[in-house]
Design a protein around this ligand. Structure first.
Ligand code: UT7
Length: 336
């Protein structure tokens, strides 16, 4: 059995910055409310006709990760792509990326686990590397939320939170078993699926013919639904559990954590976890202030930025943790 290590990181966010004040011009909200409840100052939203899509952003992040790893795209054996906002309902975005990057006929797998999508994707890739099946896997999280949000006062409880962007890592074979990804932990609780959800517009739970027949201008079912307070309460419990699970599994304590990179759901959630574990500010990386919640892209963007800014060094213990729609949650413990 091998281990796997993150050998390269990359990220991409669209140019278009949308501030809280910009939002207050199109809905009844305020900079104060958004900052106080979420910590978000601004987010990136793809501008119409800019050319960016979920897959294209994924490619940009992937190209940076491959360059950062010091390899070429021809060294990549497999793609695992996490998103809740693929360009097409089907096929998934992994094959789009495979085609745009001209990567022969390597396999491409899509992961649909929303905010914990990147942890699930990383864990999946880790298994392929551990068994020796692949040597280098591209693991990508990319999201376009801006096109699907209700940007009126009716949707303000959801739309102010989410942002667009992509992050990627190259996961590579590591011969030293005490380095790289030491463990991953995955959980779900489907009974809460509807608490943070979006029906398949025109498919699955609602038929195209019904939507056309109803032709209802007040139909909100095209927009994501979130029971914010319920999600928040579950998130803080599950984050705590799954971080502890990773530490216990590896006989480590909170003191060993060099950097916790939590999914950027809400700054108040990250701060709650930081207090609960009594971690210092230097031990927790947050960038939700700049990008909002980018679901499956949030951890790889934050990890790539933290690495770029010199917060991660060789042998550091890095803990990734996420919680979100499903509910699904997970963690990954890495010795860098
Ligand atoms: O990514 C993973 C999953 N997502 C999360 O982890 C999100 C978890 N939940 C949250 O982050 C928070 O619940 C929210 C930020 C979504 C909402 O914050 P909250 O403190 O739970 O607010 P609330 O939903 O209880 O709403 C409080 C008030 C309401 O008004 P009334 O009924 O008290 O008059 C809302 O209508 O704030 C109102 N409100 C807003 N006001 C201004 C809701 N959204 C906004 C807004 N601007 N954008």
């Amino acid at each position: 059995m091998y281990n796997s290590k993150i050998s390269g990181l990359g990220y991409y966010v669209p140019n278009n910055i949308v501030t809280n004040d910009d939002l207050s011009k199109i809905m009844d909200t305020s900079d104060d409310w958004i900052k106080e409840r979420t910590g978000i100052h601004q987010r990136r939203w793809i501008e119409k006709n800019s050319g960016d899509t979920t897959s294209i952003m994924g490619v940009k992040a992937a190209e940076m990760a491959i360059k950062n790893a010091g390899i070429t795209k021809d060294d990549i054996d497999f793609i695992v792509f996490a998103t809740l906002s693929p360009d097409y309902f089907f096929p998934g975005g992994g094959v789009m990326i495979q085609d745009m990057m001209n990567m022969g006929t390597i396999g491409a797998l899509d992961v649909r686990n929303q905010c914990s999508g990147f942890i699930y994707a990383l864990s999946t890739a880790d298994q392929f590397i551990k068994t020796g099946m692949y040597k280098n896997i591209l693991v990508i999280g990319s999201e376009t939320h801006s096109h699907g949000l209700d940007k009126t006062t009716r949707g303000r409880g959801v739309s102010v939170i989410f942002g667009d962007g992509a992050g990627a890592v190259v996961l590579s074979r590591e011969e030293n078993n005490s380095k790289g990804i030491l463990s991953t932990h995955l959980h779900s609780e489907g009974k809460h699926a509807k608490e943070l959800s979006l029906i398949s517009p025109g498919l699955g739970t609602r038929w195209v013919t019904d939507i056309v027949e109803d032709n209802d201008p007040n139909d909100e079912s095209y927009y994501p639904y979130m029971n914010g307070q319920f999600v928040f309460k579950n998130a803080v419990v599950r984050f705590y559990e799954v971080i502890n699970e990773a530490l216990n599994k590896n006989n480590l304590t909170k003191k060993n954590i060099k950097l916790l990179v939590p999914h950027q759901a809400n700054l108040r959630i990250s701060q709650f976890i930081q207090r609960k574990f009594q971690l210092s500010d230097n031990q927790v990386y947050n960038n939700i202030m700049k990008y909002g919640n980018t679901t499956a892209a949030s951890i790889p963007i934050a990890l790539a930025e933290a690495h770029q800014d010199g917060h991660i060094k060789k042998n550091d213990i890095i803990l990734l943790a996420a919680f979100g729609s499903g509910f699904t949650w997970g963690s990954a413990l890495i010795r860098w």
